[in-house]
Design a protein around this ligand. Structure first.
Ligand SMILES: Cc1cc2nc3c(=O)[nH]c(=O)nc-3n(C[C@H](O)[C@H](O)[C@H](O)COP(=O)(O)O)c2cc1C
Length: 152
């Protein structure tokens, strides 16, 4: 299955987790591609309004994963902006990969997942949260990759 992993990552954490997911999908025989959301050079994380530098081409993707950090206990404004503009063909399988610094999902991760699902019209097939400051972070990344890959 061709799977687009649409990633916003400001400091590299989400991109790293997305890379682990890409490897896992490849191992399972899928055809994944990381599609980065780019922002202007003067973008400051947490800004409510953001202008994307282009929208990645998701045509031909049978599945999509939206990968984003938590900003201020919410889904990043960059991913919100993207999802507001993306035209996702009906029937596309969709999943979410969220990273956050704080150790508990209730400190933003759960809310970000809910916001992402709402932005997808309630049709998210599943998702995972990685708590970056936890000592078992590497295992969380592996488990998130396996969980999300299993949705496709
Ligand atoms: C402006 C800003 C707000 C953040 N707010 C939260 C938050 O509410 N909860 C949390 O757990 N982490 C928060 N973080 C931490 C990021 O979610 C975390 O470091 C994430 O893994 C960064 O991903 P990235 O390296 O892909 O940008 C915040 C980071 C920034 C820059």
């Amino acid at each position: 299955m061709k799977i687009g992993i649409v990633v916003f990552s400001h400091t590299g954490n989400t991109l790293r987790a997305a890379g682990a997911l890409e490897s896992e999908l490849l191992e399972r025989g899928h055809d994944p591609e990381i599609l980065r959301l780019e922002v202007p050079a003067d973008y400051k994380p947490g800004e409510a309004a953001v202008e994307l530098e282009g929208i990645p081409d998701i045509s031909g993707c049978d599945g999509l994963v939206f990968a984003s950090p938590v900003h201020a206990f919410s889904l990043s404004a960059v991913m919100r902006e993207y999802l507001g503009r993306a035209e996702i063909p009906p029937g596309t399988r969709k999943a979410a990969l969220i990273t956050q610094h704080l150790p508990f999902a209730w400190l933003g991760g759960n809310r970000a997942l809910r916001q992402l699902e709402a932005a997808c019209g309630g049709s998210l097939n599943g998702g995972a949260i990685v708590n970056w400051s936890r000592s078992n972070r590497e295992r969380q990344i592996e488990e998130a990759a396996a969980k999300i890959a299993g949705l496709f």
